[in-house]
Design a protein around this ligand. Structure first.
Ligand SMILES: NC(=O)c1ccc[n+]([C@@H]2O[C@H](COP(=O)([O-])OP(=O)(O)OC[C@H]3O[C@@H](n4cnc5c(N)ncnc54)[C@H](O)[C@@H]3O)[C@@H](O)[C@H]2O)c1
Length: 510
């Protein structure tokens, strides 16, 4: 496989010129490609959370962008300037650049293959059903489709999170598909993992804290440097490396973050038993600059479309490589994480039994378990529980592998009457668990409730007034599963307050 020679200069100008640089657009046009050709044309294949963000941000940087997805409804919405998910700041960019014509969408591989110099791949790499490994069907299909339709020199840049060794395999797939297709142009592959955080996706894309590029030629690196010229000029660290390192950087970062969260949550299991303050413990160790305070918030644990599936895929991949013991600790991190959900259910049983019967009962025979015991079911049955939050984190409508939604469903399955309210996540949650009771305001969720459980730390919930909430509830009981509420005003308002990482001691808490 040869390298891309000069895709920008060689660009075949067959498309009508798109309008750019409207009065509304503040972004400068990017520099011309090396050699003085027109600016690079960028396609983004897969326009979900990652891809739609990347496409809009590329347009913001001044590139002409064509987003492609196989989901016609998604493409129709994006073409109308409507974002099919919640991400702060992204609707404005989308509208602005769709209106200017700098950002367009299509379902046609033929169109992007004839048009773009650089093709970013942002398709999903979900967990395989019933297995730990990543499902690479979508990323394989995207590379194959591009290979079958690119009719000019181009660079394909993978952004999806993939197991180590995938890029090398896809490079071979690309070469064999191109050979069979016999199309003009030389096409090269690079891997450029994405580190954006949902809720901060625009900021993270426009001003990333580092850029990692797995490249096999100076030319591929040069193209990526042109794409990211603005960030590089602002001093963003640039790490050009091989495919394997680039792939591993992404999963190593996620494995580290998952470990940090589960580490503090393991200590929660101890403080819940013996007493002590998990927040103070986190603050105290966090002052050590070698440790740092971030990602040490005790709570119901991590979820979402990335961390859980990425640590499972990493374990599966290293097992394939014969390194079964290498990432075994991640199975423990996963277990600790999932046990936090059991703990919330257990705590709900304890708080309710104390509130309804004056005694604290424990959910499972061993105090925990994903299947509540008959005693737990007896207590939960018919209890009215206000569920605050179902997304895996605030400022997102993403409910993939959400601890909050899982807890809500477990309580419902055990017989509780749940009233679920999330500022943005209800619609997605209802698609997964249609039988839960959804309401569209915080007040409706808490009216008549026996227990309130805060499961996602949206600002709206952090700002609740204990008196206002207490007046609406049947019983003043609360579980803070994210450790974001100061217990004092809740105690002062007569609430029984319980939180993860804290021993439940109702007699001392009021
Ligand atoms: N969401 C994040 O915060 C985030 C952050 C960093 C990395 N990632 C990684 O990015 C990748 C995408 O994640 P996401 O959350 O955006 O997923 P997503 O499910 O929101 O989006 C994936 C999109 O790809 C489309 N698609 C599937 N097959 C296709 C094909 N053959 N051609 C064109 N489009 C196709 C789907 O229709 C969907 O719109 C994953 O590998 C993920 O691990 C995600």
């Amino acid at each position: 496989m040869g390298h891309v020679t000069n895709p920008a200069i060689d660009a075949v100008q067959t498309e009508p010129a798109v309008r750019t640089g409207t009065a509304a657009s503040t972004a400068p046009r990017p520099e011309s490609a090396a050699g003085g050709g027109p600016p690079l044309r960028v396609s983004v294949v897969g326009t979900g959370y990652l891809g739609a963000t990347h496409a809009a941000c590329m347009a913001e940087l001044g590139f002409e962008v064509l987003g492609l997805d196989i989901d016609q409804a998604k493409i129709d919405a994006l073409t109308r300037g409507e974002l099919p998910f919640h991400e702060p700041g992204l609707p404005e960019l989308l509208t602005q650049h769709v209106q200017s014509g700098r950002l367009r969408f299509t379902t046609s591989y033929e169109e992007v293959g004839a048009w773009a110099d650089v093709h970013f791949i942002g398709v999903g790499t979900p967990q395989k059903p019933g297995e730990s490994a990543a499902d690479l069907r979508f990323v394989d299909a995207a590379v194959r489709s591009l290979a079958e339709h690119i009719t000019r020199d181009a660079l394909i840049v993978g952004k999806s999170t993939v197991p180590v060794g995938t890029a090398a395999r896809l490079k071979d797939l690309l070469a064999s598909t191109r050979q069979a297709a016999g199309l003009p142009g030389t096409v090269e592959l690079a891997w450029n993992p994405e580190f954006l955080r949902e809720g901060y996706a625009v900021k993270d894309t426009l001003t990333p804290d580092r850029l990692v590029a797995g490249v096999e030629s100076a030319h591929a690196e040069d193209i990526l440097r042109q794409v990211y010229a603005k960030s590089l000029a602002e001093g963003t660290p640039w790490i050009a490396t091989d495919f394997e390192t680039a792939e591993l950087v992404k999963v190593a970062a996620n494995a580290f973050l998952a470990t940090k969260i589960s580490f503090i949550n393991a200590f929660s299991e101890i403080t819940e038993q013996v007493g002590g303050d998990i927040g103070t413990l986190a603050d105290a160790i966090g002052h050590d600059p070698r440790i740092g305070r971030k990602f040490l918030n005790a709570g119901v644990g991590f979820g979402g479309g990335c961390l859980p599936k990425d640590i499972r895929a990493l374990q599966a991949r290293v097992s394939e490589l014969g390194l079964d013991r290498t990432m075994r600790f991640l199975a423990e991190m996963d277990d600790i994480n999932l046990r936090r959900r059991d703990r919330v259910v257990d705590l709900a049983v304890q708080v309710l039994s104390h509130s309804l019967h004056g005694s604290v009962r424990v959910a499972g025979a061993d105090g925990a378990g994903s299947v509540p015991s008959p005693a737990a079911v007896e207590i939960l049955n018919g209890a009215k529980i206000a569920i605050l939050g179902v997304t895996f984190k605030p400022n997102s409508d993403d409910v993939r592998d959400s601890p909050a939604l899982d807890v809500a469903n477990r309580l419902y399955t055990a017989g509780a009457e749940v009233a679920v309210y999330d500022p943005k996540g209800n619609a997605n949650a209802a698609k997964r668990f249609p039988r839960l009771g959804y309401v569209n305001t915080l007040a409706k969720a808490v009216i008549g409730a026996d227990l309130l459980i805060l499961l996602t730390e949206w600002d709206e919930f952090r700002q609740m007034d204990p008196e206002d909430i207490g007046r609406l509830m049947d019983r003043r009981t609360l579980i803070d599963a994210r450790n974001v509420l100061d217990p004092s005003p809740w105690h002062a308002a007569g609430f029984t307050h319980a939180a993860l990482g804290h021993r439940f001691a109702p007699d001392s808490s009021g």
